[in-house]
Design a protein around this ligand. Structure first.
Ligand code: FE
Length: 218
């Protein structure tokens, strides 16, 4: 099966967040769909291993920020490639509180507040059906699409995203390759001007920003 075909499906980029006992959690998602317009309901999907999934099952309420093309790259890296289990992603982030929930608001278009109506088990992921109870327009910016993230920002899906494609399946050349253990980015000597071993010590993963020490040779 050609998994690249799935890249033709369009998505937006969002941050879903919630809070439990003062612990703010949140992560990037691209799988949000509006299901109904009257008494609006949306669905999102979250990996079962995702910490935000675990907490959202308990709190049953969340905020969903709709990212724009101007949402800073480091916001996407922080919320997309690290776990709320390990760090407070809202610390040092621009956010506000609404309805008792933390909302990531750095250059976003708008946000939704909602409650979980139902959860559908879907193999590696859960689908959360969410009744929207409030919508807030923030800035008149252009929403970020997943394609823009992939093609303009050269961003990729982290391991746990439903749209993740193993790079080994996306390209077939074989040579010296190094993989980022944080985000899965592959540095392929055959495609780069500089060999991985010759990169400067302060070189950073172009996808998630960690150093060379987080890479392993494949
Ligand atoms: Fe990385």
């Amino acid at each position: 099966m050609d998994l690249n075909v799935f890249k033709d499906i369009t998505y937006g980029m969002y941050i879903v967040s919630t809070i439990k006992d003062q612990e703010k959690v949140g992560c990037i998602i691209n799988t949000l769909t509006q299901i109904t317009s009257k008494d609006p309901i949306v669905t999102i999907s979250l990996n079962k291993d995702n910490y935000t999934n675990k907490i959202l099952k308990e709190t049953k309420k969340c905020a969903i920020a709709i990212l724009s093309k101007e949402t800073p790259r480091d916001v996407i890296t922080k919320f997309g490639f690290f776990s709320s289990k390990d760090e407070d992603k809202f610390k040092d982030s621009i956010y506000q509180e609404d309805s008792g929930l933390p909302v990531a608001t750095d250059k976003i278009c708008s946000y939704l507040i909602g409650g979980v109506l139902d959860i559908i088990d879907c193999n590696s992921h859960d689908i959360f059906m969410i009744k929207v109870i409030k919508t807030v327009k923030k800035e008149d910016l252009v929403p970020m699409t997943y394609k823009y993230y992939q093609e303009e920002l050269k961003g990729k899906a982290p391991f746990k995203a439903p749209t993740y494609i193993e790079e080994s399946k996306a390209n077939t050349s074989s040579s010296c390759k190094y993989k980022c253990t944080v985000c899965g980015y592959i540095y392929d000597d055959a495609k780069e001007k500089v060999k991985f071993v010759d990169l400067p010590d302060d070189w950073k993963c172009p996808r998630c920003g960690v150093g060379k020490d987080k890479f392993v040779r494949l």
